[in-house]
Ligand binder design. Structure first.
Ligand code: PRX
Length: 635
C-alpha cells in the first residue's frame, strides 16, 4: 500500500487511522515517498497550540521549485507544465513544457536577484492571470524571496495596505489586464498605491495590453528585456523546512487584512499529497482550476500542487461569460480537460443560462469535478452533476481556507461516496471536531457545532505576518488547544461533514471572503455618514450579497439618495474593490443596539433576508423603536 495514492474506501480508512494514531510516521512516509530533499528532517513535528507554535520536518533542507520543476526534467522535460488560455478565444493558447518553465523561472529569478532581491525579502505580485504570474511566484520561491500575491481586482488602497503591511521591496505588475471585453489599467492602480509605499524600490512591468503607461524613471522597468538578457541558470536557494514561502492576505472580521504566512516543507508535502488524491491526477491528464492565483486556491491548486506532481495545469486569463456563457465548456473541449475545479458561484451563474451553452461542447474528457470557496446548494450540485459531469464524474466538494493551505475535508473521487452539499470526510491527517459555545466537544453523530481542528497538519499557516498575537487570538483562543476555523458545520449519521457557513462577521460573496468591519469603515469615511452596519443576505447566484444600513449625519439629508448611494459605492470600490459593494444600501434613522452599545446584527440580518416574522429576543435592545422604522423602509 502506498500512503501517497489512496485507491479504495477501505484503504482510505486504513490510511486515515494511521494518520491519527501515528501522525509522525504517517507524514514521514508521505514526505519520503515523493520529494527531493537536500537534507532530511531531524524531527517530523513539534507543536504547542497554546503559543501557538508548529514546526514540521524540522531542519530539513529543500527548495520547493526543485520539486516543482527540476525533478521532472529528466523524465518528462517535454511534457506541458502550463497551458495558458488567453482572455480572447481568437488568440492562441500557449503550451509551456517543464523545460521551458525551468528556463523562464530561472531567468526571472536572476532578474529578481539583479534587482536586489534576496532570501527573505518580500515581493508583491499584482498581475493578471498571465504566465508571468506563475513565473514570478516560482522565481521568488527559487531564490527564497517571500511572495505576496495580491488579487488584481483589489483597489489601489487595498494594494497599498498589503504592500505596506508586508514591507515589500518590489512590485511585479503589468501594463494592464483583460477581463472579458474590459481592459483594466493595472499600472495606474499600482502607481496610485505606491504613492503610499516609499520602500518599494523597483517595479517590474510585464507587457500585456500595450497600453500607454507611465514608467517612473529609476523605479519602473519593463520585464521582457531583463528576462531576455538574464541567464537561464539559477541554482535554487537551499531553504530550511520552516523558512517562509509566501504571505497571502485574507479578510478578518475586524481590522486590517491578515497576512497569513505559509512555510516551505509542510506546505509542499500537503499541497502535493492532497492534489494527487483529491483530483485523482494521472499522468497525461489535463487539470484546470478556474480560480485566480491571487487566492489560496490558485496558489495550492494551480501552481504548487499540480507542478509538484508533474501535472499539466491550465491557467485561464478570462471570465466565464466572455465571449459568451459557453466559454468554460469550450475550453474543456478544446484542451480535453480531465479535472475541472471551480466555485459554486460560477456554477450557479452558468446554471441560469440556456443549456445550449453546455450542450454545444464535448465534455467527455471530464473525469473529476470540484468545487470550493463556499457551501454549494443542492440545486447547483445536481446541475453540475447532471449537465457537466453527466452523472459519471464524482464531485469533490472541498472545504478549506487560506489559513489551512490545502484541502481539509473532501471526498476522494471514486473512493468516498459523495452526498450533495456535504464535503464528506476529513483528509488523512486532519482531525476535525465540533465544539459547543461553552467550549465542550460535541461527540457522536447527527450533531452540529463550531468546526475546529485539534491536531496540526503540515500546511497550516504559522502566523499572521507581523502580528503573532492576532494569530493566537483569532484562531487559538476561542477553544483551548484547538484551531478554530470560524465556520459552523454539522456531522450526519454516517460521520460526513457539511459546512453550514461562517459564524463570525466574515461574509462570503461570490466565493470571496469579506470582513464587515473594513466595509463599514469605508462607508463611514463618507462625509455625510454617521454610522453604518453591513450584513449578508442570501443571493441566488452570489451565495450571499451585502446589505448596508447607513445613518446619515443630518437626518433627512437633503441630497439625492441615489447619488449618495453611488458615492458610497465608489468609496468602497476605491478602498477595497468592486467586489465589496453592497447590493442594497438603506438609509436609516438608527441602528438596533444593545445597552452596551453593540449593534444587534442578528436583527439586521433578519431584515435583510426579509425574515421578520420572528425577530427573536429583543428585550436587551436599548432602542427597540428603530426596528419598526427599518423594517418599514427595507429594500
Ligand atoms: O467558510 C468557508 C468557505 O470559505 C472560507 C475560506 O475562505 P478563503 O480563505 O477565501 O478560502 C477559500 C478557498 C479555500 C471557509 O472558512 N468555504 C471554503 N470551501 C468551502 C467553504 N464553505 C463550504 N463548503 C466548501 N467546500
Amino acid at each position: 500500500m502506498s500512503n501517497y495514492h489512496i485507491k479504495t474506501l477501505e484503504e482510505y480508512f486504513q490510511v486515515y487511522r494511521k494518520s491519527v494514531r501515528e501522525p509522525e510516521n504517517f507524514w514521514q512516509e508521505v514526505a519520503e515517498e515523493h520529494f527531493v530533499w537536500r537534507k532530511k528532517w531531524d524531527n517530523v513535528l513539534s507543536w504547542d497550540f497554546s503559543k501557538p507554535e508548529v514546526k514540521w520536518f524540522e531542519n530539513a533542507k529543500l527548495n520547493i521549485t526543485e520539486n516543482c520543476i527540476d525533478r521532472h526534467l529528466l523524465a518528462q522535460g517535454d511534457k506541458t507544465a502550463i497551458i495558458w488560455e488567453p482572455n480572447d478565444p481568437k488568440d492562441e493558447a500557449v503550451h509551456l513544457s517543464y523545460t521551458e518553465l525551468h528556463k523562464k523561472v530561472n531567468q526571472f529569478a536572476n532578474v529578481l536577484k539583479e534587482n536586489g532581491i534576496k532570501k527573505g525579502d518580500r515581493v508583491c505580485i499584482y498581475l493578471p492571470m498571465i504566465p508571468e504570474l506563475a513565473f514570478a511566484v516560482l522565481a521568488c520561491a527559487r531564490i527564497g524571496a517571500i511572495h505576496s500575491v495580491v488579487f488584481a481586482g483589489f483597489s489601489a488602497s487595498a494594494l497599498a495596505t498589503r504592500t505596506l503591511d508586508a514591507d515589500c521591496k518590489m512590485m511585479i505588475t503589468s501594463d494592464g489586464s483583460y477581463r472579458g471585453d474590459k481592459t483594466i489599467d493595472l499600472k495606474g492602480i499600482v502607481d496610485k498605491a505606491l504613492e503610499q509605499c516609499p520602500d518599494v524600490e523597483t517595479v517590474l512591468v510585464a507587457k500585456r495590453t500595450g497600453a500607454d503607461i507611465n514608467m517612473k524613471e529609476g523605479r519602473d522597468k519593463w520585464l521582457k528585456p531583463l528576462m531576455d538578457e538574464a541567464s537561464d541558470k539559477c541554482a535554487p536557494e537551499i531553504m530550511d523546512a520552516e523558512d517562509p514561502l509566501f504571505i497571502l492576505y485574507t479578510s478578518g472580521s475586524t481590522g486590517k487584512p491578515k497576512g497569513m504566512l505559509h512555510t516551505t516543507a509542510g506546505y509542499m508535502v500537503y499541497s502535493a499529497y492532497t492534489f494527487k488524491n483529491i483530483f485523482k491526477y494521472e499522468n497525461d491528464d489535463v487539470y484546470w482550476c478556474t480560480a485566480d492565483i491571487g487566492w489560496i486556491t490558485g496558489h495550492s491548486y494551480i501552481v504548487y500542487g499540480p507542478l509538484l506532481n508533474g501535472a499539466t495545469t491550465l491557467m485561464f486569463e478570462g471570465v466565464p461569460s466572455y465571449p459568451d456563457f459557453g466559454r468554460f465548456w469550450q475550453i474543456v473541449e478544446k484542451h480535453k480537460v480531465n479535472q475541472f475545479y471551480t466555485a459554486p458561484t460560477a456554477i450557479r451563474a452558468l446554471a441560469k443560462k440556456n443549456l445550449e451553452f453546455v450542450d454545444k461542447y464535448d465534455l467527455s474528457s471530464l473525469k473529476v469535478l470540484g468545487t470550493v470557496g463556499e457551501p454549494i446548494n443542492e440545486e447547483a450540485w445536481h446541475w453540475y452533476d447532471n449537465n457537466i459531469g453527466k452523472s459519471k464524474s464524482p464531485i469533490v466538494d472541498t472545504w478549506w481556507q487560506t489559513e489551512t493551505g490545502g484541502i481539509m475535508i473532501s471526498p476522494i473521487p471514486f473512493v468516498t461516496p459523495t452526498k450533495p452539499t456535504f464535503a464528506t470526510l476529513p483528509f488523512p491527517g486532519i482531525q476535525p471536531v465540533l465544539m459547543d459555545e461553552e467550549g465542550k466537544e460535541i461527540k457522536g453523530n447527527q450533531v452540529d457545532g463550531r468546526l475546529c481542528i485539534k491536531f496540526p497538519w503540515p500546511s497550516m499557516a504559522r502566523t499572521i505576518w507581523g502580528n503573532h498575537d492576532r494569530y493566537r487570538d483569532t484562531y487559538f483562543s476561542a477553544f483551548k488547544d484547538k484551531y478554530f476555523t470560524g465556520d459552523g458545520a454539522l456531522r450526519d449519521e454516517t460521520g460526513y461533514y457539511r459546512i453550514t457557513g461562517r459564524v463570525d462577521d466574515v461574509i462570503i460573496v461570490s466565493g470571496h471572503n469579506l470582513g464587515t468591519a473594513p466595509i463599514e469603515d469605508a462607508i463611514n469615511e463618507h462625509p455625510a455618514v454617521a454610522e453604518s452596519a453591513v450584513v449578508g443576505f442570501p443571493h441566488e447566484v452570489k451565495g450571499n450579497a451585502l446589505y448596508g444600513f447607513v445613518i446619515l449625519k443630518e437626518a433627512g439629508e437633503s441630497r439625492n439618495q441615489d447619488n449618495l448611494r453611488k458615492e458610497i459605492n465608489q468609496q468602497i470600490s476605491d478602498k477595497i474593490g468592486p467586489i465589496a459593494k453592497p447590493d442594497k444600501i438603506q438609509f436609516v434613522e438608527g441602528l438596533p443596539k444593545t445597552r452596551s452599545g453593540k449593534i444587534m446584527r442578528r436583527i439586521l440580518r433578519k431584515i435583510a433576508s426579509k425574515d421578520t416574522s420572528d425577530l427573536g429576543d429583543t428585550s436587551t435592545l436599548l432602542n427597540p423603536e428603530v426596528v419598526e422604522g427599518i423594517i418599514e423602509k427595507s429594500l
